[in-house]
Design a protein around this ligand. Structure first.
Ligand code: 5GP
Ligand code: ZN
Length: 116
């Protein structure tokens, strides 16, 4: 369920402090320690899963609810109309550095580029 050596498991369990903006039984959302844009929030399931490559069907409901919470947070943070991205990096080419499945909610400034 959780990995005692995993940074985001420890943040979800509040063993490591973070600026939490939402939490419930299934997920935690907290401000990224090195924000790339004015609003940069990381959303994670409480259950440990290394990343999208390890996603299993039983996690599908929580991933859907993470998307709903991301939408609500975008509203709370005032970026619903200006726009935002919800991004999951998977593997080295995508630059994944923490191996606990997570989604970045990014917004508050034009992001330019066309990565997708
Ligand atoms: P990744 O690069 O794996 O997609 O995203 C990992 C994210 O976690 C990075 O944006 C990084 O800044 C953030 N991060 C790494 N360590 C910590 C930490 O201790 N606390 C918080 N709040 N964010 C962290
Ligand atoms: Zn973990």
């Amino acid at each position: 369920m959780t990995d005692p050596n995993c940074l985001f498991c420890k943040i979800a369990a509040k063993q490591i402090p973070s600026a939490i903006v939402h939490e419930d039984e299934e997920m935690v959302a907290f401000r990224d320690i090195a924000p790339q844009v004015p609003v940069h929030i990381v959303l994670v399931p409480r259950v440990h899963c290394a990343g999208l490559n390890d996603l299993t069907a039983d996690l599908a409901p929580v991933i859907g609810r993470i998307a709903l919470v991301a939408r609500d947070l975008a509203g709370r943070m005032g970026i619903a109309a200006s726009g935002y991205r919800l991004v999951a990096n998977c593997g080295p080419d995508a630059g994944q550095t923490v191996h606990h499945l997570h989604f970045h909610l990014l917004g508050g400034a034009p992001m330019g580029g066309r990565m997708a």
